[in-house]
Every structure is written in structure tokens, then in C-alpha cells.
Design a protein around this ligand. Structure first.
Ligand SMILES: *Cc1c(COP(=O)(O)O)cnc(C)c1O
Length: 412
């Protein structure tokens, strides 16, 4: 029997829905065997603190910094305990002072405004457009308001026109910090994301492209920013052990004035993260194949919109975003609940109350009052997000889209 017919029947009979996806959309990428082996060796040796007095050849963290810098083609890389820490140190190391205004996308994840508040600075939100990107018109307006820094999240992997962004920043003397939590391996017009700003930050949290549970990386070509970030990260003056660090004389300029904040990465984290650099390409292909299939299927569903992406954007889509259009928020809530009951966990940014990864600017009371942000509010009220596990099969994808389509039908 056609499962679609089953789902249609439910509406009349009030039976529980029958089409169910039986797998976890939150399934993270597994740690490769080589990572497990390295982690075991490191633990057996016992030198697992962030700086042993053993020199840098043996430090997994230093090796990860070296490999990561080589992968991205940047001069310096500093491994930290999270991307949130990397964003925070990016602000401190580029000279942000308490009270400074920092621009950021209104559509972003909580650790981003969190890092700005952590630095004592003031988040100033920039509107999001219907391609889920930072709105360049609003950015140009807010660039006039005296902010010295733009912390740009390539939120959920969506990359704005980076030629336009960098030109705007240059014109206004704004320092660009890229939040690449979801764009490790992605490019804009041939240039890797993270190579446009003065600093870029990456995440190794389980739902990002390298899964080390927790972890972050700060990269830059600026020796002073790199030295400051290393000193802040807590080097106990053993910065000579870092894997991609500037020369000693650069540290000499800063070491007396930078406090030790203990934010460096753990050895075991680096041991499981490092072998995953080589897997990025293969993972990217798997994610994008799933994404493109899901996007095509979803685009064919009435009331679902998947925005077209710029051909210059070489994304790595470890998740998919779409909008429910032409239906009320109340109905979207029922659709999302119905999908959840059928095993399809859709994260919806339109909930009035903060929930999980979909909390948004209206929920962040620690940011001072912002202008109305009506455009972003309208976009978020329809915006949905779904993770793409690497092992998603064509049959899973067919089922997911069927559940969504059925739920739209059933809530009419
Ligand atoms: C995950 C994420 C972060 C923070 O990463 P953590 O490593 O969890 O601190 C920052 N920005 C965006 C857009 C993210 O998705």
C-alpha cells in the first residue's frame, strides 16, 4: 500500500502517523580508527595536559595546528577548547575593548553573541535576508555606526558574497572575523572560507565537519594576533611548543601584557581531530550528495521553499535549511510536531520560546535592545533546519520528504 495514502488516512481517523523514519538525524560522524589509535597512545603515554615539558614534536595539539594551517594555507593556527573560545580570543587579540560595538548576523548561534559579551563588547545585530545570509544593505547602514569589527557567521554553512563583504569592511576600516563553524572545507569563488578575514574560527564540536566532541581553531596570517591568541590561550610561556606560531620576538612584544586564560585544546581532542582533516573531502561529497537530493525533493513540496544558492558558493552542507511559505506560524508548529512524532526532527527557528540550537536574537537578553529587526524576525518565523547524517540513504531522504509533505497535507 502506498505509505502516502496511509498518512492521508490518519487525518480522518486520528490514528498515530504510520510513516516513521527510524534513524537518528543527530547521528554525528564517527571517529576514524586512526584517531582512536592516536588517542589511546597519547593516553597511555600520559602526557595529556596542554603543555608538557616535552617539546613540540610529541604534542598532538601542535601537530594538529601544523596540519590545519597547511590545509587552509594560512601562516598561524591556534588550537582551543571550543569555537566559542576562538571567537572570544579573536576579539581580544584584534584589540576589541570593553564597550566597543561588534557587528554580527542576527541569524547566528548563541556562542557568537556570547563571545562578544564575554569580551565586554556590545553585539549589534545585522539583518538576515531570505537566502539566510547577512543583509548587505543593512550591513552597509550599520557599518556607519562606529563598529570596528564584523563577526560574520557563515551560519549553517551559507556564505555571503565575500567580495562585497570584504570591500565594505575595507571601506569602513572594519576588522573581519569569520565564524567558519559550518564552513570548514567550503569556498567562495575559489577561496576557502576563513581566508577572507583577519581572523577565522572553526569548531570541532560533534555537529561540525570535524567531530572531536569539543574544540576550536583560530587561524590568521597576522603574527601579532597569533601571538596574542596563544598567550591568552594559556601557554605558561611554553609557546615555543605551538605547532604554527610566529617567531619569539613577536611574543616578546606581548607577553608581559597578556593574561593566561587557559582555553587551549586538550591532547586527546587533537588526537581524534587530526586524522579527520584528510576525510573532509570525502565527507563533503557525501553531505552534498544528500543535500542536493533533499533540496530537490523539498523544492517540489507545496509550501516549502529552498533558496537557490550562488554558483560561486562551494558549500559543504552538513545540514539543510528551508522555509515554510504561505502558511501560519500556528500551522508550522503543528507540522513540526507531527514530523517529530514520525522521527523527522526539524529544528524551527520560529518558536516564541528558546529551544536548543534554535534560540535566536530575541531570546538573548544579555544583548542590549536592538532595532526592530522585522525582516529577520519574519525570515526566522518560517526557517527550518535539519541535520544531515553522513550515512543518510536515498530511502531515508525519500521518507523524510514524504513525512514533511504528509504533515503539511494533514494539518490543512
Ligand atoms: C557551533 C557554532 C559555534 C560555536 O562552536 P563551539 O565549538 O560549540 O563553541 C559558533 N558559531 C556557529 C555558527 C556555530 O554553528
Amino acid at each position: 500500500m502506498d505509505p502516502l495514502a496511509n498518512a492521508m488516512e490518519d487525518r480522518n481517523t486520528d490514528n498515530p502517523p504510520r510513516v516513521v523514519l527510524r534513524r537518528d538525524l543527530g547521528e554525528p560522524a564517527p571517529i576514524p580508527a586512526s584517531g582512536l589509535r592516536r588517542a589511546e597512545q597519547v593516553m597511555q603515554r600520559g602526557y595529556i595536559t596542554r603543555y608538557g615539558e616535552f617539546g613540540r614534536e610529541q604534542s598532538e595539539v601542535a601537530l594538529l595546528e601544523k596540519d590545519f594551517a597547511a590545509y587552509l594555507g594560512c601562516r598561524y593556527a591556534v588550537a582551543l577548547n571550543s569555537c566559542g573560545s576562538a571567537l572570544f580570543l579573536a576579539l581580544l587579540s584584534t584589540g576589541v575593548q570593553p564597550g566597543d560595538r561588534v557587528l554580527l548576523n542576527a541569524f547566528t548561534l548563541a556562542p557568537v553573541p556570547g563571545s562578544i559579551v564575554h569580551a565586554g563588547a556590545v553585539p549589534v545585530f545585522v539583518e538576515c535576508n531570505d537566502q539566510y545570509l547577512i543583509d548587505l544593505g543593512d550591513l552597509a547602514r550599520k557599518a556607519e555606526t562606529g563598529a570596528g569589527v564584523l563577526m560574520l557567521s557563515h551560519m549553517r554553512g551559507h556564505i555571503a558574497d565575500m567580495h562585497a563583504v570584504t570591500e565594505l569592511c575595507r571601506r569602513h576600516g572594519i576588522t573581519l572575523i569569520e565564524d567558519c563553524a559550518h564552513t570548514l572545507g567550503a569556498k567562495w569563488d575559489g577561496t576557502p572560507s576563513g581566508r577572507f578575514g583577519e581572523v577565522a574560527c572553526y569548531s570541532f564540536q560533534s555537529y561540525k565537519h570535524i567531530n572531536a566532541g569539543e574544540g576550536g581553531m583560530l587561524v590568521t596570517d597576522d603574527p601579532d594576533i597569533a601571538a596574542k591568541a596563544i598567550l591568552y590561550s594559556g601557554s605558561y610561556m611554553m609557546y615555543g611548543q605551538n605547532g604554527a606560531a610566529p617567531a619569539a620576538e613577536v611574543f616578546a612584544r606581548h607577553q608581559a601584557s597578556i593574561p593566561n586564560l587557559s582555553l587551549r585544546m586538550h591532547e586527546v581532542t587533537a588526537a581524534i581531530a587530526r586524522p579527520q582533516i584528510q576525510l573532509l573531502e570525502e565527507r563533503g561529497r557525501a553531505w552534498n550528495a544528500s543535500y542536493q537530493d533533499l533540496a530537490a525533493r523539498l523544492a517540489a513540496v507545496e509550501h516549502v521553499t529552498v533558496p537557490a544558492r550562488d554558483s560561486r558558493e562551494e558549500y559543504i552542507a552538513s545540514s539543510i535549511q528551508f522555509s515554510f511559505t504561505g502558511i501560519s506560524a500556528e500551522r508550522i508548529a503543528r507540522i513540526v510536531d507531527r514530523c517529530a512524532a514520525q522521527g523527522v526532527g526539524i529544528k524551527w527557528f520560529g518558536r516564541p520560546e528558546p529551544r536548543g540550537f534554535t534560540s535566536h536574537f530575541e531570546h538573548w537578553g544579555y544583548a542590549p535592545e536592538q532595532p526592530l529587526m522585522n525582516q529577520t524576525r519574519e525570515i526566522l518565523s518560517r526557517l527550518c533546519d535539519m541535520r544531515i547524517p553522513l550515512t543518510l540513504t536515498p530511502e531515508d531522504r525519500r521518507l523524510i520528504v514524504q513525512v514533511i509533505a504528509d504533515s503539511i497535507q494533514a494539518t490543512r
